[in-house]
Design a protein around this ligand. Structure first.
Ligand code: AP5
Length: 217
């Protein structure tokens, strides 16, 4: 079974690693930030409400996120496992996740903390470019597209996320320190937490992630 939570500051590389590992394991990668951005692009009420919070770099209210994740984990493809990337981020969300899993007779297998220092985070986020059509991730320096500003997979024009401007990145780091970092202790006490040094190159981090989670290379 693979029921993993990826925790760490914004820009730590959670999404990059979650996509690779989820594809290798055949489980869904469940990321509330991605789900909100898809909903905002589709112009739904949920997406437009979430965007008001995301653009400011603050968390979407717990009730909204918890309902969305409960619906997503109830789908058939998540029955045998998932990688949760960016959920939970508050004690209320963590308690709700415990309850959801307990109701289904399940529990978490690992909580992975991505450990990166702040200057590297700012470098990663301000250089990040994303494809608004297929969600592919790039970095201007460490993983640039083959053709400048065009997605390798679908050719769409790449964009800078509204919340990746430096001032909003600083707000997000503060929100992470106050509201999310305290969860590390909760999972450490339960013996679920593993820490991955995530400041190195993508492949190096991926190898460390597989070792920490016991997933064969
Ligand atoms: P979300 O989309 O989850 O953003 P985040 O947690 O801030 O994480 P990021 O997506 O910014 O970073 P990441 O760690 O995934 O790094 P990535 O792999 O992309 O959330 C956005 C917003 O949604 C929140 O602010 C909030 O408003 C709302 N939200 C989401 N979840 C919520 C919740 N549970 N409750 C309430 N609100 C919620 O990598 C970053 C860059 O670095 C990329 O360019 C990548 O190419 C590059 N990179 C990655 N790894 C490496 C490496 N090893 N070396 C060099 N470059 C690298």
């Amino acid at each position: 079974m693979t029921r993993f939570v990826f925790l760490g500051p914004p820009g730590a590389g959670k999404g990059t690693q979650a996509r690779q590992l989820a594809a290798a394991l055949g489980v869904p990668h469940v990321a509330p930030g991605d789900l909100f951005r898809e909903a905002a692009t589709a112009g739904t009420a949920l997406g437009l409400e979430a965007k008001r919070y995301m653009d400011r770099g603050v968390l979407v209210p717990d009730g909204v996120v918890i309902r969305m994740i409960a619906d997503r984990l109830a789908r058939a493809d998540a029955k045998l496992g998932f990688i949760l990337d960016g959920f939970p981020r508050t004690p209320e969300q963590a308690a709700a996740l415990d309850e959801l899993l307990a109701d289904a007779g399940h529990s978490l297998d690992r909580v992975v903390f991505f450990d990166v220092d702040e200057p590297e985070i700012v470098r990663r986020l301000t250089g990040r470019r994303v494809c608004p059509s297929c969600g592919s991730l790039y970095h201007l320096v460490s993983s640039p597209p083959r053709v400048a500003n065009r997605c390798d997979r679908c050719g769409s024009e790449l964009i800078l996320r509204d919340d990746d401007r430096e001032e909003t990145v600083r707000t997000r780091l503060g929100v992470y320190a106050r509201q999310t970092a305290p969860l590390l202790e909760r999972y450490r006490e339960r013996g679920l937490l593993v820490s991955v040094p995530a400041g190195g190159e993508i492949d190096t981090v991926h190898r460390a992630l597989r070792t920490a989670t016991g997933v064969a290379p």
